[in-house]
Structure formats: structure tokens, C-alpha cells
Ligand binder design. Structure first.
Ligand SMILES: Cc1ncc(C[n+]2csc(CCOP(=O)(O)OP(=O)(O)O)c2C)c(N)n1
Length: 399
């Protein structure tokens, strides 16, 4: 790797690296990662790069223990990441991490060590590679199985421009099972542009569902804790008792297919929530309760088949019907309005409004921050309701 790419000091001694190994305060200690580019060409590389790898592993564990995120997939590629960054010269060379759930060591090595504590937080580092975050992230990911086709595009573009940088796609055996990856391999063979595909075959996906030899038991501390819990006798007895009770209350839990339910009876405004939005509808109604407005909240439960009797009832007995969903335009609300229109329910005074996710990308962050960004929090829902019955001024003051 060319040292100029990072512009860091060009020398670190073996002694210094040993001191770093002894360092305890991982979050604040300077790191070999800082001097990383200079380690690669030295004759003592193996020791220093091993220490560096240990540091990276500690850094990943330290940060993930605080922020949450992928752990195993990152620990598994530490040496590979170090080797790749020694051999290739990013950002001129393009390294593409498939899924991107293993990019934390790469982030640390490419100038983002100090920001790792913000990983996956609102306005912090993304849990995946992201082009806007660093020029060393040549491809933004999150979805799996896309890097070979993306890398091939970069390789073909490079050839057309007469350049000679390398393109390296790193893909796991899990991601390699998708059709897009196979199609890309075929295409790469046909187009014959130079690119490198590294198959990181650990015979397992980090989501413990399967390996190449068939189903595999889940591994890790969480799984062990859950297994222990399940074999706990009092818990087993409690579970049996709950089962017996739920058999009796069968009708209560398993409502018939295509049937929604009214959760709160009120007047003037009906909120018809779908899925996770129902909780926010209930919260919105509590906000309005406090302002003396008792509204109706219904849980649609099904998008198909629609509970037309429920919807018809809500439409006929309220001035305003608001459908709320954590989905994009063209989903649940569109089904509802199609029915309302055909049933003639929009020919009168009813005001219908859909609350959906906007048609734009929402950055990573806490679910609440993302909902706020999308305009779908309980406050937004309450404000919309109030606005529609003609009290917009009050709604304007809500956050
Ligand atoms: C299109 C798509 N489907 C599913 C997922 C969920 N997912 C995240 S990681 C992963 C497994 C990747 O396995 P592998 O490539 O073997 O990497 P490893 O877990 O071994 O690090 C999957 C399926 C995704 N990110 N994108």
C-alpha cells in the first residue's frame, strides 16, 4: 500500500508495538492502526502485523460491546483485512465488502478508529460500508451478494478509461449462494475484465441458520444462555401452564384471517394502523386524550384480505380516517383507499389521509430517530389528526 494514501508517520519500532500490546485503555490509546501503512513493507512485518491484528480484534470487541453490531463476521476477517490493505492501495484500488457486515476492521484501518464509538448511532458511522463516509468505501452495501456485479462494473469502467487499478470483491460463502453472485461470476467470465474475487469460506453464515454441511446449531453466548433458560424446570412448567391457558383462550389470540380489531373507541377521527405503526397510533391517541379529544384506534392486522366491514364502519362513523404504516407508498393505505373509492365512501365528507414512509433514503439511526425523520412518530400522527379536524395551530407547536 502506498504510504501517501494515508499520510501517516512512516516508522514505528518493534518496541513501540509491544508497548501498545500492553496498553489497557483501548478506546483512547493510540493505535498501530494509525501507523499501519508503514508496517507493511518492513522486514519485521509479521510480528507488528500480528500485534495490529490483535489490536483490531480488541477494538472491534470493545466498540461492539457498546454499540451493538456484527461481531463474528468482523473478528473473522481481521487478518484478511490487514493483508488486503497491505497489498492493495485504496482508494485507487477498490475493495468491495459483500453485505458490508464485516467492514469494521477496514473502517478502523482507514481513518475511522476514533469514530467507532458512534457506529450504528444516529449521525454516526454506518454499520456497513458507505461511500459518503470515506473514499476508502468504494461501494455502499447492506444487501448481500452484490459486490461481484458491482466490482465487475468498476473493472469494466476502469478498462474503458485505460486505468490499471485493482478491483477486489470479498464475499462470504453465505452471500455467494445468491443468484446475483452466480450471474455476476458468469458475466465476469464472459467480459474477461481483470478483477479479484475472494471467497471467505467459513462454512457458516454469521446469522446462524445453515452451513455447507446442512443445518448448524446456533453458536455463541446468546444461544447458550437461551438453551440454558429453556432447560430450566420452573420455566418449563410455566410454559406448559401458559400453553394450557392459551389453548382455552385460543379465539382471543388467533383472530380469524382477514379480521382487524378496534382497540379504542372514540369519535371524529379514526386511526387505522398496520403492523408496528399500531403502537404509535395508540400513543397518538393518548396525546390527544390529554387534549380532550377521544379518537378511535383500530389495528388492521391484515393488508390482504382487507377487513372491509371494519373499514366501512370506521369510514361511516368518523369525519377523518388516517391509515398509518411503516411502509412505502403503494402499500396498505393504497389498498384501503382502493376499497373506499369503489365502495363510494369517498363520495361524501370523509377525509382520508395516508401516513407512510417518504420516498427517500432514511439514514441509519435509532428507530425513533428514523420515525421522526419519516414523519411517523406518535406526535406526527396526533398532529395530522388535529390538523384535519381544524386545529392546526396547536399542532404546529408540537415537536
Ligand atoms: C439481500 C440480502 N439478504 C439477506 C441479508 C441478511 N444477511 C446479512 S449477513 C448474511 C449472511 C452472510 O453470510 P456470509 O456471506 O457467509 O458471511 P459471514 O456471515 O460468514 O460473515 C445475510 C443473509 C442481506 N444483508 N441482504
Amino acid at each position: 500500500m502506498a504510504l501517501s494514501a494515508f499520510g501517516f508517520p512512516s516508522y514505528v519500532s518493534r518496541e513501540t508495538s509491544t508497548n501498545y500490546r500492553k496498553s489497557t485503555s483501548l478506546s483512547s490509546s493510540p493505535s498501530l492502526a494509525t501507523y499501519f501503512p508503514s508496517l507493511c513493507p518492513r522486514s519485521t512485518v509479521s510480528l507488528e502485523l500480528k500485534v495490529l491484528s490483535d489490536e483490531l480484534r480488541s477494538d472491534v470487541i470493545f466498540n461492539v460491546s457498546k454499540t451493538g453490531g456484527h461481531l463474528g463476521s468482523n473478528l473473522g476477517v481481521v487478518e484478511l483485512t490487514v493483508a488486503l490493505h497491505c497489498i492493495f492501495n485504496t482508494p485507487q484500488d477498490k475493495i468491495l465488502w459483500d453485505v458490508g457486515h464485516q467492514c469494521y476492521p477496514h473502517k478502523i484501518l482507514t481513518g475511522r478508529r476514533g469514530k467507532m464509538k458512534t457506529l450504528r448511532q444516529t449521525n454516526g458511522l454506518s454499520g456497513f460500508t458507505k461511500r459518503g463516509e470515506s473514499e476508502h468505501d468504494s461501494f455502499g452495501t447492506g444487501h448481500s451478494s452484490t459486490t461481484i456485479s458491482a466490482g465487475l462494473g468498476m473493472a469494466v469502467g476502469r478498462d474503458l478509461k485505460g486505468r490499471n487499478n485493482n478491483v477486489v470483491a470479498v464475499i462470504g460463502d453465505g452471500a455467494m449462494t445468491a443468484g446475483q453472485a452466480y450471474e455476476a461470476m458468469n458475466n465476469a467470465g464472459y467480459l474477461d475484465s481483470d478483477m479479484i474475487v475472494i471467497l471467505n469460506d467459513n462454512k457458516q453464515v454469521s446469522l446462524p441458520t445453515a452451513n455447507l454441511d446442512g443445518p448448524t446449531p446456533p453458536v455463541g453466548a446468546l444461544s447458550r444462555a437461551l438453551s440454558k433458560l429453556q432447560s430450566n424446570r420452573p420455566l418449563r412448567e410455566l410454559r406448559e401452564a401458559a400453553k394450557a391457558r392459551s389453548d382455552k383462550a385460543y379465539w382471543g389470540i388467533n383472530a380469524p384471517i382477514g379480521k382487524g380489531r378496534i382497540l379504542k373507541e372514540g369519535e371524529r377521527v379514526a386511526l387505522l394502523g398496520y403492523g408496528s405503526a399500531v403502537q404509535n397510533c395508540l400513543e397518538a391517541s393518548s396525546i390527544l386524550d390529554k387534549r380532550g379529544l377521544k379518537i378511535t384506534v383500530a389495528d388492521a392486522r391484515f393488508c390482504k384480505p382487507l377487513d372491509v366491514a371494519l373499514i366501512r364502519g370506521l369510514a361511516k362513523s368518523h369525519e377523518v380516517l388516517i391509515t398509518v404504516e411503516e411502509g412505502s407508498i403503494g402499500g396498505f393505505g393504497s389498498h384501503v383507499v382502493q376499497f373506499l373509492a369503489l365502495d363510494g365512501l369517498l363520495d361524501g365528507k370523509l377525509k382520508w389521509r395516508p401516513m407512510v414512509l417518504p420516498d427517500r433514503y432514511i439514514e441509519h439511526g435509532s428507530p425513533l430517530d428514523q420515525l421522526a425523520e419519516a414523519g411517523l412518530t406518535a406526535s406526527h400522527i396526533a398532529a395530522t389528526a388535529l390538523n384535519l379536524i381544524g386545529s392546526p395551530r396547536e399542532a404546529l407547536f408540537w415537536k
